[in-house]
Design a protein around this ligand. Structure first.
Ligand SMILES: C[C@@]1(CC(=O)O)c2cc3[nH]c(cc4nc(cc5[nH]c(cc(n2)[C@H]1CCC(=O)O)[C@@](C)(CC(=O)O)[C@@H]5CCC(=O)O)C(CC(=O)O)=C4CCC(=O)O)c(CCC(=O)O)c3CC(=O)O
Ligand SMILES: NC(=O)C1=CN([C@@H]2O[C@H](COP(=O)(O)OP(=O)(O)OC[C@H]3O[C@@H](n4cnc5c(N)ncnc54)[C@H](O)[C@@H]3O)[C@@H](O)[C@H]2O)C=CC1
Length: 192
């Protein structure tokens, strides 16, 4: 069986700077998913033209938007880029520039030009689940996201809070704490 070898990381989006190039439908969709999961993300956007739905998100989430064509100087101080223009040659040029500068880049909906993929994301309080199909079917990632949003109970966050409160009361060395936390949560994985 083929295996997904992508490594998911959970980025502190308020500590890095993200640039989205383009302001159209695809840009709005990616910005929408990004801000849904990370409303405090620090995001710049550059495009000569912004659609209504993009502008609404720009306003809501305090995105810094620049209304002109992309310039290489836009990459200064940026750690992550999402490219979503309607100009495939430009998209590829920006991809190469990012590679040279060591900036992580995703050309939306263009897997060969992605250092990372966006995923389906479920958030319940402190819990976050990210889903990837290795690019095989974004639609399945979306459907699974919807399924988990529905079936994961809101109380899961309470469980995390309770276990965190218990965790800080535990004395003993690291191994003792691991053993105790495993003991109290064993019921979650053993059949009744
Ligand atoms: C590889 C990847 C790269 C990337 O963009 O990061 C990629 C690639 C492509 N997407 C395409 C299309 C669609 N994408 C979606 C939806 C999502 N796409 C997302 C991620 C990814 N999309 C990455 C892989 C993720 C993984 O590993 O599974 C999600 C999860 C997250 C996000 O977008 O932030 C978000 C759902 C979020 C949610 O709902 O929770 C829908 C469904 C819909 O909109 O209803 C469609 C239309 C139906 C269809 O085509 O399947 C096309 C064809 C374009 C064309 O026709 O030319 C390509 C190119 C190709 O596959 O070759
Ligand atoms: N809309 C969709 O569902 C899909 C679109 N695509 C492709 O993705 C691309 C983008 O699509 P949309 O977002 O729908 O197009 P769009 O027309 O809504 O947006 C294109 C954006 O690119 C910007 N742009 C153009 N030149 C630029 C430059 N030099 N610098 C910065 N920004 C620039 C425009 O100002 C505009 O904001 C298209 O090539 C389309 O074929 C692919 C799959 C699905």
């Amino acid at each position: 069986m083929e295996r997904n070898t992508l490594y998911p990381i959970f980025v502190k989006t308020e500590q890095i700077k993200i640039l989205i190039v383009g302001g159209g439908y695809v840009a709005a969709e990616k910005l929408g998913f990004l801000t849904k999961s990370s409303p405090n993300a620090q995001i710049d956007m550059v495009a000569p033209f912004f659609r209504e739905e993009t502008l609404a998100l720009v306003d809501t989430f305090g995105v810094h938007s620049i209304r002109r064509p992309f310039l290489p100087i836009d990459l200064d101080g940026i750690q992550m880029v999402i490219v979503a223009t309607d100009n495939p040659e430009l998209n590829e040029r920006i991809y190469r520039l990012c590679r040279i500068k060591g900036i992580l880049v995703n050309v939306a909906d263009n897997p060969p030009l992605c250092d990372f993929y966006m995923g389906g994301i479920v958030t319940k309080g402190n819990l976050k689940v990210a889903i990837s199909t290795n690019g095989k079917s974004p639609t399945v990632a979306k459907r699974l996201r919807q399924l988990f949003e529905e079936i994961l109970p809101e109380e899961l966050d309470e469980l995390l809070d309770n276990l965190n409160a218990y965790r800080v009361t535990l004395k003993g060395d690291f191994e003792d704490k691991v053993a105790e936390l495993n003991r109290v949560t064993r019921g979650l994985v053993t059949e009744k």
